[in-house]
Design a protein around this ligand. Structure first.
Ligand code: COA
Length: 415
């Protein structure tokens, strides 16, 4: 079966996490992704957080599946020649260098357009135009600057970053959509364009509901579904909401049987209005079904702590999986807190290809997260990441360089 992006050629000039996330997705959809790396060193993540000496790290392998690797020194004249050939050959150049790096290499937008007017140039930067546009940015900086950290954590604690890589992988996802959109538009215009995703913007986009709450707070002085209501104080900005639900149906994380020794023996419980009666029956509080303090959602809001305490007295008598089974019988929305270990060995995730075992010539078998986006006519199979420069000769030959030219490049360490 063909792949959705078959025939699309990507000059992958990305490194670390945000850019590689994007190009890995494009590769899974069938694009030919040519990863350009510095000779001898490659993407810095090949050597970061290594679990096996001298073997590409999981950090690298898990972000660079289905790609080919070519090494070239973009600061060497012969290396530049190869890069120019790649710009002519490819449809999209993806990069996430620090601001100004591509220009300093001699590959400004104007120069790229001269070489290939159809080329789409897609970039991740930390910030968009403005006071911080020249700054280098990593994941947690973006989480802090994009509104996630100030709204994550508990009211009496410091701002918190989250384990989900919303700054890096989140922005990579945004960029991938920008690229396929630009490719779609190119089909009618015939010309390329620039695609920019700033990590601050990507995080803020994912924190959209918190900007919603900022405006509600400014209008009404309170946020009735937040744990600060009704007894705590609200300041000028959206406070940290602990585990409160970001939507209109109140929720919280509750202890389950075994919580004393298992840090993940918890369940997320949502007191969705349509199933309030079922919730009351399950936890043995039938009197709340018609009680004037509890019957309606608005009456419950000032009493959420007391309500969740009562539900927790029930969840503490069940394991998180027993609670799930019982609650799902009544369509009560809930979710177990799953550890990475539980996810790694969950059979249904293996069956759908969301968790995949990959074989690598140097490290052997390892687990990775497969493509979370499933296309019925373009299924993704996960292929191991390339070794550094594994496809250099093959790609140079495709670009039309002869064996003597390649030997000269090697002698100069240009590739
Ligand atoms: N040949 C020759 N030189 C190369 C090269 C190649 N194949 N590939 C990279 N380089 C050089 C660049 O030209 C640059 O040199 P210069 O500064 O002399 O112009 C140099 O490598 C370093 O690039 P830079 O992007 O500054 O890397 P860094 O390791 O110092 O910074 C980041 C890393 C991630 C902080 C930075 O790239 C960044 O802010 N990127 C944008 C935001 C982003 O994506 N952040 C998330 C990363 S997950």
């Amino acid at each position: 079966m063909g792949k959705a992006l078959e025939g699309v050629k990507i000059l992958d000039f990305t490194h670390v996490q945000s850019g590689p996330t994007c190009t890995q997705l494009l590769a899974w959809f069938g694009a030919d992704v040519i990863k350009v790396e510095r000779p001898g060193e490659g993407d810095i993540t090949r050597g970061q957080l290594r679990d096996i000496p001298d073997v590409d790290s999981l950090y690298f392998t898990m972000l660079n599946h289905n790609k080919r690797s070519i090494t070239l020194d973009a600061k060497n004249a012969k290396g530049k020649q190869v890069l120019e050939a790649l710009v002519r050959h490819c449809d999209v150049l993806v990069e996430n260098f620090a601001p100004g790096v591509l220009d300093r290499m001699g590959f400004s937008w104007e120069r790229i357009q001269q070489l290939n007017p159809r080329m789409i140039v897609a970039s991740v930067k930390g910030f968009g135009p403005g006071p911080y546009e020249d700054c280098k940015v990593y994941e947690n900086v973006a989480q802090c600057a994009g509104g996630a950290a100030s709204t994550t954590g508990f009211d009496d604690g410091p701002p918190l970053v989250t384990g989900a890589q919303i700054g890096d992988s989140g922005t990579g996802l945004h960029l991938a959509l920008g690229i396929v959109t630009a490719l779609f538009q190119r089909a009618t215009t015939g010309t390329g364009q620039r695609v920019l995703c700033a990590m601050q913007d990507g995080v803020l986009n994912l924190c959209r509901v918190k900007l919603r709450d900022q405006q509600r707070l400014e209008r009404n002085g309170k946020l009735t579904e937040y744990p600060q209501y009704p007894h705590g104080a609200f300041g000028e900005a959206v406070p940290r909401a602990g585990n409160a639900s970001g939507g209109g149906q109140p929720g919280w994380i509750l202890k389950c049987k075994g919580w004393e020794t298992d840090p993940n023996a918890y369940i997320y419980f949502i007191t969705q209005a349509p199933v309030w009666e079922a919730i009351c029956k399950v936890i043995g509080k039938e009197e709340w079904i018609t009680h004037p303090d509890y019957a309606k959602p608005a009456q419950r809001l000032p009493r959420l702590k007391e309500i969740f305490d009562a539900i927790e007295r029930w969840t503490m008598t069940k394991t998180k999986f027993e609670a799930m089974d019982i609650l799902n019988n009544y369509d009560i929305p809930c979710g177990p807190i799953l550890s990475m270990k539980e996810l790694a060995y969950e059979p249904s995730l293996r069956e759908t290809g969301t968790v995949v075992e990959v074989d690598h010539p140097k490290r052997g078998k390892y687990l990775t997260v497969g493509n979370p986006i499933k296309l019925s006519a373009s299924p993704s199979d996960v292929k191991r990441s390339p070794l550094l420069g594994e496809h250099t000769d093959e790609i140079l030959a495709e670009l039309g360089f002869g064996s003597e030219q390649i030997a000269a490049m090697r002698a100069e360490k240009a590739v």
